[in-house]
Design a protein around this ligand. Structure first.
Ligand code: ZN
Length: 208
């Protein structure tokens, strides 16, 4: 369900764009993937890295102050009606953000690294090759290791992600070791499937 429409100004090129916030909504699909991917949140104020449609500059949408806001189903003034939407950052934009002033704290680093991980897996979800070349694979490897270090070893959803990341790295024993410490019922089905894939020595994303 749509919420308000916000009008923003790109901090780099100053062009206006519009974004429609979504009320927590039921817009995620029902498929469960082994990387627990959720769609980036478009709720107003939720952490979200986007890129400008015009100049490709990346920015945290949650840190921009809207210059105008409209209620759902309001008719937008003509000057705003045809504004472009920004788009979610891609792998390059996430890496650039990581090594720039844009990444200011651990929360932001967490957001960027999980989205890098999911973005590589998105290629598999789209039936494409996971890596473009050896450098691309090396970038993935570095991110995977650093993301593991950011995860809390005592939190169940983090444990699921740590187990999955170790499986992705081919550390099947480590993955099994972590999976055997997870006892939350909501992860039962996925946990069983992940244990199976560890025994099959499959390190790739799979759909439940
Ligand atoms: Zn711009």
């Amino acid at each position: 369900m749509p919420d308000k429409t916000y009008i923003y100004k790109c901090p780099s090129c100053n062009r206006l764009f519009k974004e429609i916030s979504l009320i927590s909504g039921n817009f995620s699909n029902n498929k469960t993937y082994s990387d627990l991917k959720k769609l980036p949140s478009m709720r107003f104020g939720a952490i979200c890295l986007m890129s400008c449609f015009h100049c490709n500059h990346s920015f945290w949408l949650n840190k921009l102050k809207p210059i105008n806001a409209f209620e759902p189903f309001d008719e937008l003034p003509l000057k705003y009606a045809n504004l472009a939407h920004p788009f979610f950052a891609d792998i390059d934009a996430y890496f650039n953000a990581l090594y720039s002033d844009l990444c200011e704290n651990l929360n932001e680093e967490f957001f960027i690294r999980i989205n890098i991980w999911w973005s590589y897996n998105d290629r598999l979800r789209a039936n494409r090759n996971m890596f473009i070349d050896d450098n691309d694979k090396l970038d993935w490897l570095n991110n995977t290791k650093k993301f593991i270090d950011l995860l809390n070893p005592n939190n169940s959803s983090h444990k699921m992600m740590r187990a999955e990341l170790h499986r992705n790295l081919g550390n099947f024993d480590k993955s099994l070791e972590i999976l055997n410490t997870i006892h939350l019922k909501k992860y039962d089905k996925l946990k069983k499937a992940m244990i199976n894939e560890c025994y099959n020595k499959n390190n790739l994303l799979f759909k439940l």
